[in-house]
Design a protein around this ligand. Structure first.
Ligand code: F3S
Length: 753
């Protein structure tokens, strides 16, 4: 499945390009810089780009899309005027499969419920030359790691955990569907040159610590915003001691610190993984380029000189961590959990332990978790919590079944869900969740925002390694520390769990009967893609209207969002996933999770036309019906979390003109720009406090919208008083053209037709 010719081409060009960049910059390069400079778009001139400052045009090698985001990406691509994608691209059906009974049953239910969407994705893939991974084939990031990721490569994916491929030394960046359309249409892909955070790993993991603990620790240090606009590059002897899949886990969760991506340099672990996954040819090519596929030696010697920020972690001293609840950066070492949980009143009984997901379902993860499960069976321990396993791919599932691990989990009462996202994305039909009872779950996934897993806002979700999830599920307690504590078995004896053991890769190799891949038609021109006009799930897109060239005036405040407002708050997942291909229907979830700063309630805002309170989408539709523009106001890191562009398209579709916040999460800010929205930040953060419930906004200088030039909005309050508020923006000239054209896609279409 991997494209050897493409990789060969990248490797042929890379040494020369890296050399040129070194000459231009007159200094040694980090690994991330080498890949970035080797992937400049053909029309991009080589310069010394300012990190965190200059926008650069890149040419990624490939694109991956998951089924939820692919719908909108492909609906947009269909409007681009292209006949096939310009770079190899794949679609992965993983998000739409709900976890309920067991893998087999849930998969067949999903086929019935989502047939229309799967058929659409399959036919569009077939038509435009896109590889199609069927439902049940696995989770996008695991499948990409197993088949497509390669050291030195650059890819984008319409999912925020795309950086998972950094485990194989690839720069892999999560984007919105509109970015995927750019790359598939052969256009340059623009990114602000990222800053660089170096993480030096010394020592070696031991006992109960796992690669997951490294990123849980990093998340605690950097917080959910600390990596914004930066690539996190790991190095040091500790890095080399980790498996490629362990590295993948760390890179995957770099999304939780807001990082653009995370990466490890090429090493033996990557060679082993490439060989084990049928890509010895790639390993051979990469080996030849080892020097190019790692930082220059001077970087190792003087890292503080080459990274904008440097973190050092000694793996030999690292403790297992449990992060949460409700945010992935609330890091607690296992030895302190008892004290911290009691102090915070977190429920101590663990109701469910869940392992797997794109983050943690490698062969190594499963074999190590299984070694703990086996001890429960062998030592006569009664497992206290429910336990589920979500394999990352059919290849992993088939192999772990063959090697007896699934059987071990089943003996301890575990249930195996489909190879899909399931409980990780709110696609978990958890019995009783609707009662909204306060409870604790522990999982090996990456995110734990409120309602993320089962829709219950009172579920306290904690993130940890699969090994620790298994131990906590056996004990049934959040404050169980397997390093110190004992459990009582069925004979009344005190027993201790030994530290996990496992295999980096299957001794007898990976095996799979049907990996679930479908190659596209050689000539897709005759393939028909149909969307029923009355479909509730899919809707062909109408281009957004171009800007009329005038200042926006008389805009009403739709909502002033208080505190955390992630893309889950803006465009909720769970049951709404089914409308990801239907812009009008999914717009009915606009901001329903956001907290209104004036009443501290969700989905209850004032309609300034009627003076009554209503649900956000209904109020916004009323403004739209009356041709009244609106503005959304938000707090810090607005739009953190997923890459879904629905969070930008919905307000655009419903007539919101501008989003003004204290700060943005990167992907969401770009998504707003691509959809022709104004994404602006308060020049003076304290001006957020000036915004009142009955405010009207008049932009005074939008007609002279220009790069690096502040905008001013006059805010008129109910008593007639006014505040002139200065707004910053990061639009460059090209992005201002998107705004003027109504969207980036409107410009692409113009160029292709
Ligand atoms: Fe899926 Fe969860 Fe990963 S939603 S892609 S398993 S983060």
């Amino acid at each position: 499945m991997f494209d050897a010719d493409l990789i060969k081409k990248v490797y042929e060009q890379m040494p020369n390009r890296v050399e040129k960049a070194k000459k231009k910059l007159k200094r040694p390069l980090t690994y991330a810089e080498k890949i970035l400079y080797a992937h400049l778009f053909e029309t991009q001139t080589l310069e010394t780009f300012g990190r965190g400052k200059d926008y650069v045009d890149f040419a990624p090698d490939r694109v991956a899309m998951q089924d939820a985001t692919a719908q909108m990406a492909l609906l947009q691509f269909m409007n681009s005027g292209k006949e096939t994608t310009s770079v190899p691209s794949t679609v992965h059906c993983d998000h739409l499969i709900q976890a309920h009974i067991d893998g087999k049953t849930d998969l067949s239910t999903s086929f019935n419920v989502n047939r229309e969407v799967f058929d659409f994705l399959e036919s569009v893939s077939n038509k435009y030359g896109i590889g199609f991974w069927k439902p049940g084939a696995g989770i996008i990031h695991q499948v990409v790691l197993e088949n497509y990721a390669f050291p030195g490569g650059m890819m984008i994916g319409t999912d925020s955990h795309t950086p998972n491929a950094g485990g194989l030394g690839m720069i892999a960046i999560g984007v919105g569907g509109a970015d995927a359309v750019d790359v598939m249409a052969g256009m340059p892909w623009e990114l602000k040159m990222p800053k660089l955070i170096g993480v030096k790993l010394t020592g070696k993991l031991n006992g109960w610590t796992a690669p997951k603990d490294i990123i849980l620790k990093v998340a605690g240090i950097l917080t959910v915003k600390g990596g914004t606009g930066a690539i996190v590059e790991y190095f040091g002897e500790g890095a080399e001691s980790l498996s490629a899949t362990g590295k993948g886990t760390i890179c995957n969760m770099g999304a939780e610190v807001g990082a653009t991506t995370s990466i490890f340099a090429y090493d033996d672990s990557m060679e082993r993984y490439l060989q084990a996954t049928g890509r010895a040819e790639v390993a051979e090519m990469a080996k030849e380029l080892k020097d190019v596929l790692s930082p220059d030696p001077e970087v190792y010697e003087n890292p503080e000189k080459y990274y904008d920020q440097l973190i050092e972690i000694n793996l030999s001293e690292l403790e297992p961590h449990i992060n949460g609840p409700f945010t992935p950066d609330l890091a607690t070492p296992v030895s302190e959990m008892k004290k911290v949980a009691e102090k915070n009143g977190w429920p101590l009984d663990v109701s469910v332990g869940l392992i797997g997901s794109c983050t943690n379902s490698s062969y190594e993860d499963i074999s190590r978790a299984s070694s703990i499960a086996k001890q429960a069976v062998d030592k006569g321990l009664k497992v206290k919590s429910e336990f589920t396993i979500t394999p990352g791919s059919e290849q992993v599932r088939y192999t772990i079944e063959r090697d007896g691990y699934i059987n071990t989990f089943e003996q301890m009462g575990g249930k195996v869900f489909a190879n899909a996202c399931g409980p990780c994305i709110g696609q978990w039909a958890r019995p009783g969740a609707e009662k909204n009872e306060k409870n604790t779950i522990v999982h090996s996934f990456n995110r734990n925002f409120s309602k993320r897993n089962d829709g219950n806002p009172n579920t306290h979700a904690f993130v940890t390694s699969p090994e620790l999830v298994t131990a906590l599920a056996i004990s049934g307690r959040l404050d169980f520390n397997p390093i110190e504590d004992t459990l009582v078995n069925d004979k009344g004896e005190k027993v201790k769990l030994d530290p996990p053991t496992g295999f980096e890769l299957p001794v007898n190799g990976f095996e799979v009967k049907d990996a679930g891949y479908q190659a596209p038609a050689k000539d897709g021109s005759q393939v028909n893609v149909s969307v029923e006009p009355d479909s509730k799930r899919l809707q062909l897109l109408e281009p957004f209207a171009a800007w009329n060239g005038k200042n926006i005036s008389g805009a009403k405040l739709l909502i002033k969002a208080l505190g955390k407002c992630t893309t889950d708050h803006i465009s909720m997942a769970g049951p709404w996933l089914r409308f990801r291909g239907h812009l009008d229907n999914i717009s009915n979830n606009l901001l329903i999770g956001a907290v209104n700063a004036f009443n501290n309630e969700s989905n209850k805002v004032k309609n300034q036309l009627t003076g009554e309170y209503g649900e956000v989408p209904a109020v916004q539709r009323d403004y739209k019906a009356n041709n009244i523009p609106t503005v959304i106001v938000g707090d810090h890191n607005y739009g953190e979390g997923s890459s879904r562009e629905h969070a930008a398209m919905e307000p655009r579709h419903l007539g919101v003109k501008a989003v003004i916040v204290k700060s943005f999460a990167r992907i969401h800010e770009t998504n707003l720009k691509k959809q022709g929205m104004l994404g602006l930040t308060f020049a003076n953060e304290a001006d957020y406090d000036l915004i009142q419930e009955n405010d009207t906004f008049n932009f005074v200088d939008l007609e002279s919208f220009a790069p690096e030039k502040q905008l001013t909005v006059e805010v008129v309050h109910a008593d007639g008083s006014k505040d002139a508020i200065k707004l910053n923006h990061t639009y460059n000239a090209q992005q201002i053209e998107w705004f003027k054209a109504g969207s980036a896609l409107n410009l692409i279409r113009k160029q292709n037709i």
